[in-house]
Design a protein around this ligand. Structure first.
Ligand code: RP5
Length: 156
């Protein structure tokens, strides 16, 4: 479900990535963070990616989450089009199970950063928690929800 006043924009490179995106969205919903999400490939549809990023910024998005497998250009290309924070999620969709994507996302050259989280499901979920931590800097409701989650981890 896309919200009308989103704070987070989630993008992945292929419909085949959507199981990971669902895990990111599930955490955003648990924390009541409004979001939009879309499938847009950096290498198959670069012009649509650019306009989607511009639209997201115009809607008030504050953080991008970009996930991709294989050579995973998507998070870096998103960062090339925005000054907002970009969290990159490597997906294990290739024959080498995401090692390629980790190296691609984590090794962005200086000046155009991407914050790379863990591979696959862990990263998909942590990307949303990391977004909460960024948004929580000036949003007390999100900070409170995120803190409640962290408290709940103590008793496990
Ligand atoms: C990347 O290549 C996508 O992020 C996906 O993880 C991988 C394979 O894409 P498909 O060939 O399944 O569309 O672009």
């Amino acid at each position: 479900m896309n919200h009308s006043n989103p704070l987070v924009a989630v993008v992945c490179g292929s419909k085949s990535d959507e199981d990971y995106v669902k895990q990111t969205i599930s955490v955003l919903e648990e924390l009541d963070i409004p979001y939009i999400s879309e499938v847009v490939s950096a290498h198959r549809d670069p012009e649509r990616l650019h306009s989607w990023i511009q639209d997201a910024e115009n809607m008030g998005v504050k953080v991008f989450i970009a996930g991709a497998g294989g050579s995973a250009a998507l998070p870096g290309v998103v960062s090339s089009w925005t000054l907002l924070p970009v969290i990159g999620v490597p997906y294990p969709s290739s024959d080498v199970k995401g090692i390629d994507s980790i190296y691609s996302i984590v090794q962005m050259p200086p000046g155009v950063p991407v914050a790379c989280v863990a591979l696959g499901s862990w990263g998909a979920r942590n990307s949303a928690y990391f977004a909460a931590s960024i948004l929580g800097l000036n949003n007390p409701q999100i900070l409170e929800k995120y803190n409640a989650h962290r408290e709940s981890l103590r008793s496990r």
